[in-house]
Structure formats: C-alpha cells, structure tokens
Design a protein around this ligand. Structure first.
Ligand SMILES: O=c1ccn([C@@H]2O[C@H](COP(=O)(O)O)[C@@H](O)[C@H]2O)c(=O)[nH]1
Length: 246
C-alpha cells in the first residue's frame, strides 16, 4: 500500500455533515477547519439550510461535495445541474438509475452554466451506483436486480462513463472492479467507511479507512464515525493516523 502523507490522507476524506440546520453544521465544520478534509452537504442539511450553507462552507475554505443524488427527467436534471454549478460546489452527483440521457443532461447543464459565465468552475459530476446500505439480499429479493452487487455497480459505472460523467459513488469493496472496467482515472467516492470498533448502523457494504485506501479509493465519505463522536476532531485525527501508518 502506498504510504500517504497526512495532507494526502485528509484530502481524501469527505465528512458527511448530516445535521439538521446550518448552526449545527457550521459548529461541526469549525471544529474540523484547517484539517484539509472536504465537507459533504446532503439532503438533511441542504433541505433545511439551502444554498447559503454551501456558500458559508466555501467561504471557510472547504471543498464541497453536494450529495443530492438527482434523479428526474433529463430536462429537469439539466436545470438542476446548472443551478448547482452556479452555486460553486466542487463535486455533485446524480443517480445512475436515471440512465445515460439523464446523466448526460447533468454534464450538459454544467457545460451550459460554465459557458454562460455564471459559474466559478466546472464541478466534477458523478453517479450513484448502488447505495452502500444495499445488501446482496436486498438487491436481489427486494429491488429485483439479479446477480452480484459488484456486477450491478460496474454496470452503472460503465453507463456513467458512457454518459460523460467523471466517476461514481460505490462501496470501497467495488473500487478495483470499477477501475478495471472504467480506467484508473475514473473517480471513486466511497461511503460505507467504518473504522475498527465503530457501528455499521444502516451500512451494509463497508470497510475500514485503511482497507479503503489499500483498495484504491479516491475519496471516502465518513459521517457518523466522526460527526457522532464526542470529539469529532479527535475521531478524524485517529482515522488519519490509521490511514498514514506504515
Ligand atoms: O451509497 C451511498 C451514498 C451516499 N451515502 C451518504 O454517505 C454518508 C455516510 O454517512 P455515515 O454516517 O458514515 O454512514 C451519508 O451522508 C449518506 O447519505 C451513503 O452512505 N451511501
């Protein structure tokens, strides 16, 4: 396994700010300021606090993953992507289940906003494959997709690449297969990270941070193991130690 510096390790971590309002989220973010981690804004926070919390976090110097998993008809997703691009996030996602036309519309929305000169930068756009809470049994018996989870994930990854997206959300267990199918430059963002001794909770497909790094993940999303800790900064520090130890 390649040895990471502390800075390299921190730049791979996206902290899931799953908090009910801007005050709670910013208090937590302030505890992690200067760490070099990204902040992930998901549905709970965005639906409560809206675009202003993203601007606040950007003004504090954080890179932002806006995790809204857009899934709608292509025209609506194109418009959503334009709005998100104008907001100045660094990375956002759509749901791969929307298919190639929908994912391509997201990429077009980004290009349109950048071309119109309304956006500070072109964010990275990625697609959700199969949620990390989805187990093999749920995939087969509830959702009704036959075969192995890894095959379903790789199928979505290939669709995302064909649609012109730059990567996917998947579990760290599928990173090698995704890279083999889509190339090493295709970005993998992996929730389902659980340091040794932490509760899996509702996550099904999990690894430790160290295993995720060894598996080649580009970015790992970590929420509760940091945000539910009595000292989030210390929890992050322990994860960074685990990731950088020889
Ligand atoms: O497949 C997915 C897609 C997104 N997520 C999000 O990541 C974090 C994980 O938080 P933990 O507390 O570390 O479980 C959360 O915001 C999810 O919405 C995911 O878990 N799996």
């Amino acid at each position: 396994m390649a040895i990471l510096s502390r800075e390299e390790a921190a730049s791979k971590i996206m902290v899931a700010l799953d908090k009910p309002d801007a005050a709670a989220a910013l208090t937590l973010a302030d505890q992690l300021q200067g760490s070099g981690c990204w902040m992930k804004v998901g549905m709970e926070l965005f639906y409560s606090a809206g675009p202003s919390v993203v601007r606040e976090l950007k003004s504090r110097g954080f890179k932002i993953f806006l995790d809204l998993k857009m899934h709608d008809i292509p025209n609506t997703v194109r418009g959503g992507a334009r709005s998100i691009t104008r907001l100045g996030v660094d990375l956002f996602n759509v749901h791969g289940a929307g298919g190639i036309a929908m994912m391509n519309a997201a990429a077009e929305g980004v290009r349109e906003a950048v071309k119109a000169g309304d956006a500070p930068q072109a964010p990275i756009v990625i697609a959700v494959t199969q949620l990390t809470s989805t187990s093999q049994t749920v995939l087969n018996d509830e959702i009704g997709i036959a075969g192995q989870v890894e095959d379903a994930v790789v199928r979505y990854a290939k669709l995302a690449r064909e649609a012109g997206l730059q990567g996917v959300v998947a579990s760290p267990l599928e990173v090698a297969a995704i890279k083999a199918a889509c190339g090493t430059g295709f970005i993998t963002v992996t929730p389902g990270i659980r340091p040794i001794g932490s509760e899996a909770g509702d996550q099904s497909r999990i690894t430790t941070p160290r295993e995720a790094v060894a598996g080649g993940t580009d970015y790992m999303v970590i929420g509760r193991p940091i945000t539910a800790d009595i000292s989030p900064a210390e929890a992050l520090n322990n994860i960074l130690k685990e990731m950088t130890e020889q």
